[in-house]
Design a protein around this ligand. Structure first.
Ligand code: HEM
Length: 509
């Protein structure tokens, strides 16, 4: 094969292209590792996409670095990729404006519901009247005193019958365990019980595979991929390939679990002839005759609540325990506080607390808030724009631009949380008189802010406190030497490599 002959000008042009390529490769892809983060270069056609792809493995840290140099706001150009032009912000004033003051102008939007179509028309995925009606109903049920009591007893039961025995077994075995997996199973079991009235017992010795849990994990991993260019995932969806195939399979498993459970629950209710009160949310929705709820509604509602409640609480709990291993002085203080709380004992002699008593503890609450601040289980959110609107930072938001809000980065901005923003300091939540300090939700964004504030905050704290108190009192953890803790790029902020620990029995004097 003969080499094509080039004219001198073509040769010069080709050499220049190669030179430029090598220069930029070294400048941005190699030497940038040793440099302070900067705003990514905007290339013709592909915009800033190369930098995004290069940093996808450490996205949160990278984005945070950019926010440091751009003072909380920056424009990301996705070049010719549709849906990839973003305005990124972690500026509390913008957040307050978007989520509260001009809430109507920033819906989740059609693109969001396209990406999360697994959620159907549920509360997470809807805007306007459909969202409002569901929110009113869900709020009424979740804040009802009977449901709250059910949350407390279910959490205590799971701690007593599953979490503590599992950890006691692990101490005897002496093997390292992935405590993140344990936390996720703990909250998965409780959430399934609270929503569907059935306990899948995923947290038990041997850690069995629960197909419904696996399907939800697969679904979320595939949905994450949909945050990239739409053309790619739409094509995969058409061809039923890769992540889209995985998502379609996961949907089948989720739908058949939900369908079967709804059927069973209906049958059980008929048998009981409404005499006995069933406290799970599904039963309450089935009872709600006024709107003649149909299975599609029940499916969408329960799947949305599952997504909202399970991994968020489990992930928050895992980060909390990891932070304790790194900050033994905080663990000591929690232990000191627990000493004054009335205790009960399990049949194996382990200490367990009544969730009601734990609501009074200031330091435990402050430590959980601090963990949720530094490692918010929902690390980023995005919103659409209805009409032109000037944000407090001076950016003109226009329809077609996606607003990307990083909760993870906001926690790490000195201008927002002070010079010690990156430190784990529960004390920042406690005022001089020893009471909990109020922080506005547009600054402590972990549970969202404005009309779409999380409905499960109380429920999440009940579960986390029940687990945290009993585990800290009975056990302590040693992180396996050399185990690297780093966030995974996922919809819910989890640890990429899990939390590998050795469990040790604690004897409190
Ligand atoms: C530590 C645990 C939790 C955290 C950090 C958390 C955080 C959040 C966040 C950030 C949102 C807004 C998401 C968005 O709009 O895209 C949200 C919404 C929501 N959360 Fe939670 N959540 C937690 C636990 C729970 C639990 C246990 C439930 C109970 C099922 C729950 C129910 C909801 C619901 C129903 C919404 C939708 C509210 C709406 O759009 O009006 N959450 N949560």
């Amino acid at each position: 094969m003969a080499w094509p002959s080039l004219s001198p000008s073509e040769l010069l042009f080709s050499i220049s292209c190669v030179y430029l390529f090598i220069y930029y490769f070294f400048h941005y892809f190699v030497s940038s590792k040793h440099k302070q983060p900067t705003v990514p270069v905007c290339w013709p056609v592909v915009g800033m996409m190369p930098a995004l792809i290069l940093h996808i493995h450490d996205l949160h840290a990278w984005v945070t670095g950019i926010f440091h140099v751009t003072h909380c706001n920056f424009v990301f150009s996705g070049g010719w990729f549709p849906g990839m032009n973003l305005f990124g912000t972690c500026d509390p004033l913008n957040v307050q404006h978007i989520f509260t003051s001009n809430f109507q102008n920033y819906p989740k939007g059609e693109e969001f519901s396209d990406i999360f179509d697994i959620l159907g028309d549920g509360i997470f995925n809807s805007d306007g009247d459909i969202w409002r009606t569901q929110r009113v109903k869900a709020q009424k049920l979740i804040s009802h005193s009977c449901f709250r009591a059910y949350v407390a007893t279910s959490s205590r039961d799971k701690v007593e019958k599953a979490l503590l025995p599992f950890l006691a077994h692990a101490t005897k075995q002496g093997h390292a365990i992935d405590f993140q997996d344990v936390c996720l199973r703990f909250t998965f079991d409780i959430t399934t019980k609270l929503i569907f009235g059935v306990d899948p017992n995923g947290l038990s010795i041997g850690l069995p595979t629960v197909p419904f849990a696996r399907a939800m994990d697969d679904a979320m991993a595939s949905v994450l991929f949909r945050h990239g260019p739409m053309v790619i995932w739409k094509l995969l969806q058409k061809l039923n390939l890769g992540t889209e195939k995985k998502l379609a399979n996961a949907r089948k498993v989720i739908d058949s679990f939900v369908e079967e459970t709804i059927e069973k629950r209906r049958a059980e209710k008929k048998e009981m002839k409404q005499i006995e009160y069933m406290p799970d949310l599904l039963s309450s929705y089935i009872d709600d005759n006024e709107t003649g709820k149909v299975d599609k509604f029940l499916r969408d509602t329960t799947v949305n609540l599952m997504l909202a409640g399970r991994d968020t609480t489990g992930a928050g709990l895992s980060w909390f325990f990891w932070l304790l291993t790194q900050n033994p002085h905080v663990e000591e203080k929690i232990l000191d506080e627990l000493k004054s709380v009335p205790k009960s004992f399990t049949s194996d002699g382990m200490v367990i607390f009544n969730p009601e008593e734990l609501t009074k503890l200031v330091y435990l609450h402050a430590s959980l808030c601090e963990a949720l601040r530094l490692y918010p289980p929902v690390p980023f959110e995005h919103k659409g724009v209805v009409k032109d609107d000037m944000l407090p930072s001076g950016f003109l938001a226009t329809p077609g631009v996606k607003i990307f809000i990083s909760t993870y980065s906001m926690a790490r901005m000195e201008g927002v949380w002070g010079k010690d923003c990156s430190e784990f300091k529960p004390e920042r939540w406690i005022s001089d008189n020893g009471k909990l300090k109020y922080e506005p939700s547009y600054k402590f964004l972990s549970f969202n802010t404005g009309p779409r504030t999380c409905l499960g905050k109380h429920m999440a704290f009940t579960q986390m406190k029940a687990a945290a108190a009993a585990v800290v009192y009975n056990f302590y953890f040693e992180v396996v030497e050399g185990h690297v803790i780093t966030p995974r790029f996922s919809i819910i902020l989890q640890m990429k490599n899990g939390l590998m620990v050795k469990v040790k029995q604690r004897n409190v004097m």
